[in-house]
Design a protein around this ligand. Structure first.
Ligand code: ADP
Length: 601
């Protein structure tokens, strides 16, 4: 750069000096003809002195110009690049807008855009198909045009509550098309940052109709289920009432001691048969309650070993009668647990009675273990038998209701096919697992396993001895019962004991009797003509001034809500029908112990 500059300066200086010589020569010799005035050396010196700075100045300017030119060129290039970029961006924007319009115009859902003042800015053409209006017509319609008056406030409320940046919110509503037909629409609203609103609307008429049909079907099914539950509750009541008489009188006869040995055997058969029938009725009732989810678990501390021992003791006579060995293996070092023991016992008893029923020879083995589980401990009970086994293709179905491995089974062994279905529902309700492994001809192992908390200690619940306290004066008992057979049965059951039993045939008679004289205990039926037991109890409680007589419901209504109603009405206890002698005596003794009053318990 500097070298080029020096070279150019020398060149220019030489040029200027040469030019000055020529001018001096021409002026002095050619024009003035004065040879003495021409001095090439001085002219050269002067011209060099003038030319050198001039050359530097000129080259400086040239340099500035070059720099300026370069700057301008760069700016121009930048501008050109910016213009190209803008052009590219524009064309990209155009193509994306074309794309979005293409999409919006061809979507089956309709898109609409409103500004912050609620003016429609855009609606996609699919709206024409949706509502039957042309786009131009639609753009001028009032905002709520055709929307069902019940639904519009809902839409308005949703949109009003929304803030920019909120998640899009869908609203379902009815809208009249241009031809007057009604469609169900779903619009999903999004509020934009500047306050505008986008909605995406789709036709959900088909889905909505299906939903409505489904809801109607569900309501019908629920009504049918409620009718079934009512029917079952009534049926079981109707069945339990006569069973009450059969079981009760056969017990009274069994205890009478005046029967010939053949009559006594017949009475035993009647008693056993009526108990079996009662079991079937109870199974149906339990199953329908489990199906309707009307069962509440009652977890209490219990001893798994004791649970298994007493279940085995209950079925030991059946096993012995068939010549079967009944073994119990316990591995329960973790000790007591908290669970609904009566229901677990019911499942175990069901496994056991099946095992004994379906085993001709060999043994039935119960194994109780407490494996580790995620939350602490679990309880696993297995019942293995050496019986007929279950064919593989029928194993899946044994826990279904009314399932029996094959039709021959019910003919040969009897049974309703409800036991395992009830067991499964109980274990399911406790979030446990239930299953079976079986081989035809070799035997089956039924098991259940469920996580249960360990109990700190067992609560001692000593059952009261059904012994009636010797009183100086006989006990006074009021029996309010509309059914003459039941009245006679209770009288017969309590006949050997020293008590005075007054009877009343309905609630009104019961209230009057209670008003006339004090009783040590009132046994009150619930369903009665003239006045039911609940109303009668409320009346008795309202008119009591002195001591409060214990009132025990004696009814075939045994569902939890029915028992709760009895207690709400002012009763103190509940005795389910059919009443067996032991429970009757237990109840009478509990409520007539000296010092026991209704308030004390
Ligand atoms: P039920 O015994 O009243 O028929 P369950 O629900 O208890 O009803 O049993 C359903 C069916 O499962 C039985 O009918 C029988 O076919 C089969 N089953 C149950 N336990 C056993 C067993 N231990 N051995 C063979 N089959 C069994």
């Amino acid at each position: 750069m500097t070298r080029a500059r020096i070279l150019r300066t020398i060149g220019l200086t030489t040029l200027v000096a040469g030019a000055a010589q020529v001018v001096d020569y021409l002026v002095n010799i050619v024009l003035l003809h004065d040879l003495a005035a021409y001095s090439p050396v001085s002219t050269l010196a002067i011209s060099v002195v003038v030319a050198l700075p001039l050359a530097f100045v000129l080259f400086g300017k040239q340099m500035d110009l070059t720099v300026a030119k370069r700057g301008l060129t760069a700016t121009l290039q930048d501008r050109e690049a910016a213009i190209t970029e803008t052009r590219d961006a524009l064309s990209r924007l155009q193509s994306s807008e074309t794309l979005y319009r293409l999409l919006a115009d061809n979507l089956s859902d309709s898109l609409s855009l409103w500004d912050a003042d609620g003016q429609r800015l855009y609606s996609s053409p699919s709206l024409e198909k949706l509502l039957g209006y042309t786009l131009n017509e639609y753009m001028t319609l009032p905002i709520d045009q055709g929307i069902h008056p019940e639904d519009f406030p809902r839409i308005a409320a949703v949109v009003k509550a929304m803030q920019p940046g909120d998640e899009p919110r869908p609203v379902e509503y009815r809208r009249a098309r241009k031809d007057g037909t009604e469609v169900w629409l779903e619009s999903t609203y999004t509020v934009l940052r500047h306050g505008g609103l986008i909605s995406a609307t789709r036709d959900i008429t088909r889905r909505k109709h299906l939903e409505l049909e489904l809801m109607a079907a569900l309501e019908q099914a629920q009504a049918a289920a409620a009718a079934k539950a009512d029917f079952l509750a009534n049926m079981t009541h109707e069945l339990r009432t006569p069973l009450n008489a059969i079981v009760g009188f056969s017990e009274v006869l069994q205890r009478s001691g005046d029967l010939s040995s053949q009559d006594a055997r017949h009475v035993d058969l009647v008693h056993d048969a009526s108990l079996t029938l009662l079991e079937v009725v109870n199974d149906v009732l339990d199953f329908s309650r489990l199906e309707a989810d009307g069962v509440d678990l009652d977890p209490q501390p219990f001893d798994p070993a004791e649970l298994a021992r007493s279940a085995c003791a209950l079925v030991q006579p059946q096993a012995s009668a068939k010549g079967l060995r009944l073994d119990l293996t316990l591995d329960v070092a973790r000790g007591p647990m908290v669970g609904d023991a009566p229901r677990l016992s019911r499942v175990l008893l069901n496994f056991l009675s099946n095992a004994i029923k379906f085993t001709g020879e060999g043994a039935v083995t119960v194994r109780v273990t407490q494996p580790a589980s995620a939350g602490g401990a679990a309880l696993r009970i297995e019942v293995a038998d050496s019986g007929i086994g279950i064919p593989t293709e029928q194993i899946e179905g044994v826990f279904e209701r009314f399932a029996q491995a094959d039709a021959g089974v019910s003919r040969r062994f009897g049974g309703t096919g409800l036991g395992l279905a009830i067991s499964k529902r109980i274990i399911d309700k406790m979030d446990g697992a239930i299953g079976v492994e079986s081989r035809v001809g070799q035997g089956s192992t039924f098991w259940f396993e469920l996580a249960l908390p360990l109990a700190d200690r067992l609560v001692e619940t000593a059952a009261p001895e059904p012994v009636l306290a010797d009183a100086e004066t006989p006990l006074r008992l009021l029996l309010v019962e509309d059914n003459a057979v039941n009245r006679e049965l209770i009288r017969a059951m309590l006949a050997p004991f020293d008590m005075v039993i007054d009877t009343a045939q309905d609630g009104v008679e019961g209230v009057e009797a209670a008003r006339r004289a004090p009783y040590d205990l009132i046994l009150m039926d619930v369903q009665m003509p003239v006045m039911d037991g609940l109303t009668a109890t409320r009346r008795i409680r309202a008119s009591e001034t002195g001591e409060r007589a214990p009132i025990v419901a004696m009814t075939a209504n045994v569902l939890p809500d029915q028992i709760a109603k009895c207690l709400d009405a002012g009763m103190d206890d509940h005795l389910g029908k059919p009443v067996d002698l032991r429970r009757l005596l237990e109840t009478v003794s509990r409520w007539t112990q000296p010092g026991t009053t209704a308030e004390a318990t």
